[in-house]
Design a protein. Structure first.
Length: 158
């Protein structure tokens, strides 16, 4: 996402019009428009004032990602009771269709047993509670996923 788009998203998230921001900063509405369309860039002083106005750090303003921030806020607001009611396989299955159909193709009990043994090992060896062991295993799987991605990219270069 461009800096201009970050500025636009931050302004919209705060509910300000270009006119309101321009007035608060002592610039024209056209200046705000040019910043948001990447036609020109605010100087460092104006950038800092924008960050203060929008209630974010300068670093957050520059790397503002509304989707990630909104998702994190939604996660933070969601109670465990609501989370427990969600059919996560069905929800993610819309984006990743394999989740909706693998149960009929994969020997799930076999893999569940293998994963269960890994979880028990994490619980015994490190004294983790069950949920913590699940989270650690999930993170380990993410590392494997990233490493396989790196290997795949290296193969493509050869």
């Amino acid at each position: 996402m461009s800096l201009g788009n970050h500025l636009f998203q931050a302004r919209k998230k705060k509910g300000f019009s270009q006119e309101e921001v321009a007035e608060k900063l002592g610039v024209t509405r056209q200046t705000i428009s040019k910043w948001e369309t990447d036609e020109t860039l605010p100087d460092i002083r104006q950038s800092k004032r924008l960050a203060v106005l929008y209630g974010v750090s300068l670093d957050e303003l520059i790397t503002f990602d509304i989707d990630v921030k909104e998702i994190q806020e939604a996660i933070d607001r969601t109670s465990q009771e609501v989370t427990d009611k969600i059919d996560w396989t069905k929800a993610w299955g819309k984006k990743y269709p394999i989740l909706a159909k693998y149960q009929n193709q994969v020997d799930t009990p076999f893999y569940a047993g293998e994963l269960g043994r890994l979880l028990e090992d994490l619980e015994k060896k490190y004294g983790y509670e069950e949920q913590d062991a699940f989270l650690v295993l999930k993170d380990i799987l993410a590392v494997v996923w990233k490493e396989r991605g790196k290997v795949g990219k290296q193969r493509m270069k050869q």
